[in-house]
Ligand binder design. Structure first.
Ligand code: BGC
Length: 740
């Protein structure tokens, strides 16, 4: 008898001998329902309950039942989805709750539309700029709690696709371009979210790196390159979060749709990584019954076109073996046990509004990136700055957010749309009623603050000229279902910034963007602050940074190129005429026939790796971000046996500040992948003048190379160059790491 079984036997013995039954946190032991014993492992519990299930009960776990807010995807049980994205029946007689599923990338979707409330965190890309694991955990905790309080028990958050192309309309939902950083941050977010008893999810698996033709595009990439880049990010995230679910994506990968891709699902995810949860298709991303089931898809969403009656027929005719159905169902059950959903079935509660706001504000304060600060134009000194011109981007009333299925409803409504107008469409431009102007005025009560909408360049320039400081707000909206045509700020915003900067050299630009933008005006302005899609309390966080109550510490997790010409694909390959008009979910008929593909020639050289390997200069490099103080690095030592580095970081300025110290390494000479890779980092808080000796463990996973012939990893022996510094293009300390 295993130790675990022995201990469960012991608990059962105590329970029955002393009658300790029904204590609040100890679910009653029921000899008829041995799977309800929380001492057993999720695997054991899943096995036990599976044995009791009929074929129909198993099959019911393998498909959705429609989607509340979709015109097309309605089924009799749609209403049970509680206003969320989907619903999967449970097995009530056996104590298995249904899955009540909601989108929740940066907060619970559609709460406002359902008469509820939820916090919008800063966008996922924004939060990743904190490089802060604790912040990611709090991010996930708040979302997990708010899901539960609204009656959901499964999230569809957890985007970790690499930012291969910054024009991807979903860049704001992901955690940047580096596999170690994105995987670690998203993994910790989802680990803490799932700990709130919601089935966790990591998505969109895999190579869903653009939205153009997302339902048909075939991403062509070598296995080695994919393993060393996008798959590595997923692997790291999944190994940290142990999520109940992984969502396969719409696109094809090397020919097969991701949701019927035996290499991605069975071989890599389930066999190589030992993932125990279930794979659900993106909404409408299932394309077959037998092929998908055999390849490792466990659950079709949100309908039952392939995994409903068709799957049952395939089982009855022997085309799909029963063992495959057991395998799928066991995985869904495992997810319910591992997340604690069975022991803590969904129950509505009350959202802690204040706590959500505070967490959202604290995370945004760590995520704002100061990109330029000439002559210390920031922080605003009220002794010298008596008047401020605030210009553009509706900064008098609010800040913009990211659209699509990630969209969180703004409590208070869309700030630029009169109440009652404009029913929410998933691609509406939504402005949270979080006015940076008002937040700044509250911090600077004696400063005269004027506003100009920026529509008339002359009038904006006039206000700037007559003010001590001009702050131009510039926004770039993005969403699922589309890519950005370019990285330029849309509309007249570049011209507006030029005009204002010409009128007042003390001009600061605040960017509210979901991804990188180009900045033709960079040389003319004094300051640039990247605030991202800033969430429910973004205005307060931003005001604190602008006045210096918070010293910025965020650093870019995505390279800002000077021009689209420097990207691996200067233009996203356009859809052939016959594929245009493929609606975002019109997937099946046309999809198979399409030949639209994107060849990822850049391979694993994503973001900063591409720029380095191609000798291109970015506008702002990966890992870059300024502070109101300065830091100096010295004394690098490498302990090759322990695989750690030690170095000293000193705050050389006169303000307290936090530095993210970054550690990179390069493969030994002769390796065919010459670019540096992030292998570790640390956030260090330092008082003025303070020095700290910092130890960082070197994560060797990004240094391993993948052998396609035998599907194995190799950490080549040799001398690796280790580099430490404030950002990827500035690593003043170097030393050697010996791998034997
Ligand atoms: C998106 C997913 C989302 C799903 C359900 C799809 O369009 O790609 O990220 O979870 O819809 O809303």
């Amino acid at each position: 008898m295993s130790i675990r079984k022995l201990s469960s036997f012991f608990v059962l013995f105590i329970v029955s001998a002393f009658g300790i039954v029904g204590a609040a946190n100890a679910p009653a032991q029921d000899s008829n329902r041995p799977w309800m014993n929380p001492i057993l492992s999720p695997e054991e519990r899943a096995d036990l309950v599976l044995k009791q299930m009929t074929l129909d009960e198993k099959l019911a776990l393998l498909h959705g039942n429609g989607m509340a807010h979709s015109g097309n995807w309605q089924m009799p049980l749609t209403s049970l989805s509680n206003g969320g994205a989907g619903y999967v029946e449970g097995v009530e007689r056996l104590g298995i709750p249904p899955l009540i599923i909601s989108d929740a990338a940066y907060g619970v979707r559609d709460s406002g539309a359902n008469g509820r409330y939820s916090t919008a965190m800063p966008s996922n890309l924004g939060a990743s700029s904190s490089w802060d694991i604790d912040s990611e955990c709090h991010y996930g905790e708040v979302i997990g709690r708010e899901l539960r309080e609204q009656g959901f028990d499964m999230t569809l958050g957890g985007g970790v696709d690499l930012d291969r192309d910054p024009r991807n309309g979903r860049t704001f939902e992901y955690a940047g371009e580096d596999p170690l950083l994105a995987g670690t941050l998203t993994g910790n977010m989802m680990k803490c979210e799932q700990a709130q008893h919601v089935v966790g999810d990591i998505k969109h698996y895999v190579m869903n790196d653009q939205e153009t033709g997302r339902n048909i595009v075939n991403a062509i990439i070598s296995r080695r390159a994919m393993q060393e880049s996008d798959l590595l990010a997923f692997h790291i995230a999944i190994s940290i979060a142990n999520p109940g679910a992984v969502m396969c994506s719409y696109n094809r990968v090397n020919g097969d749709f991701a949701c019927e891709n035996a290499y991605a699902l069975n071989e890599v995810l389930k066999k190589q990584w030992g993932f125990k949860g279930f794979v659900l298709s993106d909404w409408g991303g299932t394309h077959s019954t037998q092929k998908a089931s055999a390849a490792g898809l466990d659950q079709e969403q949100p309908m039952a076109d392939f995994f409903g009656p068709a799957l049952k027929a395939a089982v009855n005719s022997g085309q799909v073996p029963l063992s495959e159905i057991d395998g799928h169902a066991r995985r869904v059950l495992y997810a319910e046990f591992v997340s604690g959903v069975v022991d803590n079935p969904p129950q509505k509660g009350k959202v802690d509004v204040e706590d959500g706001m505070q967490v959202a504000q604290r995370i945004e304060e760590k995520s704002i990136v100061l990109l330029k600060n000439s002559n210390s134009v920031l922080p605003i000194d009220p002794a010298r700055v008596h008047s401020i011109a605030i210009i553009g981007a509706h900064a008098d009333v609010g800040m913009i957010s990211g659209g699509g299925s990630a969209q969180v409803d703004p409590p208070g409504g869309n700030a630029i749309m009169p109440p009652g107008q404009g029913a929410t469409h998933w691609q509406d431009h939504i402005w949270f009623p979080t006015s940076p102007l008002k937040a700044l005025q509250a911090k600077l009560p004696d400063t005269k603050i004027g506003f100009d909408p920026g529509t008339n360049l002359q009038s904006a320039a006039n206000l700037a000229r007559s003010s001590d400081l001009a702050i131009v707000f510039a926004s770039q909206w993005e969403s699922e279902g589309m890519d950005l045509p370019s990285l330029s700020l849309p509309g007249n915003q570049d011209a507006l910034i030029e005009q204002v900067a010409a009128a007042n050299p003390r001009t600061v630009v605040v960017l509210e963007t979901g991804t990188a933008v180009t900045m033709p005006w960079l040389g003319s302005v004094a300051g640039v602050v990247e605030a991202w899609f800033a969430g429910s309390a973004g205005h307060k966080a931003l005001a604190n940074v602008l006045v210096g109550e918070v010293n910025p510490s965020g650093k870019l997790t995505i390279t800002f190129p000077g021009s689209e010409r420097d990207l691996p694909h200067p233009v996203i390959p356009p859809l052939p005429a016959r594929d245009r008009g493929e609606g975002s979910h019109a997937v099946n008929a046309g999809a198979h026939a399409s030949t639209y593909s994107v060849t990822c020639d850049e391979g694993p050289e994503v973001g900063y790796k591409w720029f380095e390997a191609q000798h291109k200069q970015p506008l702002f490099a990966f890992g870059f971000g300024l502070s109101y103080t300065t830091f100096a690095y010295s004394g690098l030592e490498v302990d090759s046996a322990a695989k750690t580095v030690r170095f000293i970081v000193k705050n050389t300025g006169s303000r307290a500040g936090t530095e993210v110290a970054e550690v990179y390494a390069r493969l030994p000479q002769g390796a065919d992948e010459p670019y540096k890779r992030l292998v570790g980092w640390k956030r260090i808080e330092l008082a003025p003048g303070e020095s700290q000796t910092v130890t960082v463990a070197i994560d060797t996973r990004p240094l391993e190379t993948f052998n396609e012939a035998n599907e194995s990893w190799n950490l080549a022996p040799g001398a690796y160059q280790v580099m430490v510094g404030p950002f990827s293009d500035n690593t003043p300390l170097t030393a050697s790491l010996a791998i034997r």
